[in-house]
Design a binder for this molecule. Structure first.
Ligand code: E4P
Ligand code: PEP
Length: 444
């Protein structure tokens, strides 16, 4: 297949695309992007597909997480380090409890584009185009900032490259050493009110590490970490410009990230996003909300994973805590009966958003936890593998979601409400979730 074969999506309806005011400026930007070096290698995408194959077979667990919307001014060593540190801490706890490898994938280095429920936003009687992510327009509520500017796609490429560069340095340069990550978890358990109830699990991990150390076990795997990038493949012009033919196989890879997913608002079976994703060899995710029918899920498998290759397709279910026990079983049952073996993971964020009385868009930690519980219950009852979680989180101490062991109250939301789009779990809530999911997994 060549890059020319990719363009079939252009004749199909493409939801949620920016309305660029200057098509010549867009054309020039896309031509430049198409000449830039890849951000990831095809071989790395294959390796992730193999790792996800293990998840599909029930031999590994997937932890996927990061910002709802990355922002260009968030490309700093501090933000990236905090996010990575939180994900690594979560992964250690989950690895111990699940006793299987945890595949670590960030919503990072490319998560700059957002689908929106409404194309405009009104404040105090003024209506402007909605903010669609830093790759498209500015967050500031002014007419000028909200005009889509294709130069931002180049900024997205550069921000992704800088982020990936630091992530690669952190994960291979000693920062991610298992003992250090465990020491951070011990600090969390010792020093935070939220952490204290996990003392016994942290102690068990400590004993296991001490035992291995005493035996002289110190493998290379303890010192570095395999970490992958992912984002929603939303702005198809960008994703197409970043697609290359792999010289080894002649297959197409979207080299803007290791894994890309199709969102709940863009997964139309006859739409452009499914058509694009069907052409590239990356591992593909698809969000499935509560209205998804088993027939839709089966057609998505047919389109995106006709060979039924474990690891190629991940279904990211986001039903809402109140619906997961009702909607998920039929989907999993029918897909399993068809012989397909996708990875099933739970996004407990997007079905649980509501507006607090203060006007902030928020989520309750208890709802997030309850959706994960429901997800585990359904898979246990059906004998299928609850393959992982997909979470919007940050390593910073923001106040965007309510609840958690170090409780955030509705009246606290204004203090550090920093997200550009949806509310994220803060560092303490994320670790809380990891320990609680770990306990659930052990129950399993
Ligand atoms: O992250 C997901 C969506 O982009 C987000 O939930 C849309 O938010 P909106 O309903 O405010 O547009
Ligand atoms: C838009 C998102 O979610 P969904 O497509 O599930 O609404 C997202 O994960 O950023």
């Amino acid at each position: 297949m060549t890059v020319n074969d990719l363009h079939t999506w252009q004749s199909l309806p493409a939801a949620q695309q920016p309305e660029w005011p200057d098509s010549e400026a867009l054309r020039k930007v896309l031509a430049d992007l198409a000449s830039y070096p890849p951000l990831v290698f095809a071989g790395e995408c294959d390796q992730l597909r193999a790792r996800l194959g293990a998840v599909a077979r029930g031999e590994a667990f997937l932890l996927q997480g990061g910002d709802c919307a990355e922002a260009f001014d968030g490309v700093s060593a501090e933000h990236i380090r905090n996010k990575l540190k939180t994900l690594l801490q979560m992964a250690v706890v989950l690895t111990y409890a699940a006793s299987v490898p945890v595949v670590k994938v960030g919503r990072i280095a490319g998560q700059y584009s957002k689908p929106r429920s409404k194309s405009t936003e009104t404040r105090d009687g003024v209506t402007l185009p909605s903010y669609r992510g830093d790759s498209v327009n500015g967050f500031e509520f002014t007419a000028e900032a909200r005009i889509p500017n294709p130069e931002r796609l180049k900024q997205m490429y550069n921000a992704s490259a800088a982020t990936l560069n630091l992530v690669r340095a952190f994960t291979t340069g000693g920062y991610a050493d298992l003992r250090q990550v465990h020491a951070w978890n011990q600090d969390f358990v010792r020093n935070s009110p939220a952490g204290q109830r996990y003392e016994s699990l942290a102690k068990e991990i400590d004993n296991a590490l001490a035992f291995m150390h005493a035996c002289g076990v110190d493998p290379e795997e303890f010192k570095t970490v395999e970490f992958y990038s992912s984002h929603e493949a939303l702005v198809l012009d960008y994703e197409t410009a970043l697609t290359r033919t792999d010289s080894r196989t002649g297959d197409l890879y979207d080299v803007s990230g290791h894994m890309v997913w199709i969102g709940e608002r863009t997964r139309q079976l006859d739409g452009a996003h499914v058509e694009f994703a069907a052409k590239v060899r990356n591992p593909i995710g698809v969000k499935l909300g509560p209205t998804t029918s088993p027939e839709e899920a089966l057609t998505l498998i047919e389109r995106l994973d006709p060979e039924r290759e474990p690891g190629r397709l991940t279904f990211i279910t986001r039903m809402g805590a109140g619906k997961v026990r009702d909607r998920l079983p039929t989907l999993v049952e029918k897909v399993t009966a068809s012989g397909a073996q996708p990875v099933w993971i739970c996004d407990p964020m997007h079905g649980n958003t509501f507006e607090a009385e203060t006007g902030h868009k928020t989520r309750r930690f208890d709802d997030v936890l309850d959706e994960v519980k429901g997800f585990f219950e359904v898979h246990r009852a059906l004998g299928t593998h609850p393959g992982g979680i997909h979470v919007e989180l940050t390593g910073d101490d923001v106040t965007e979601c309510v609840g958690g062991g170090d409780e955030v109250f509705v009246d606290d939301l204004h203090q550090r409400y920093e997200t550009a789009c949806d509310p994220r779990l803060n560092r303490s809530q994320s670790l809380d979730l990891a320990f609680l999911v770990a306990e659930m997994y052990r129950g399993h």
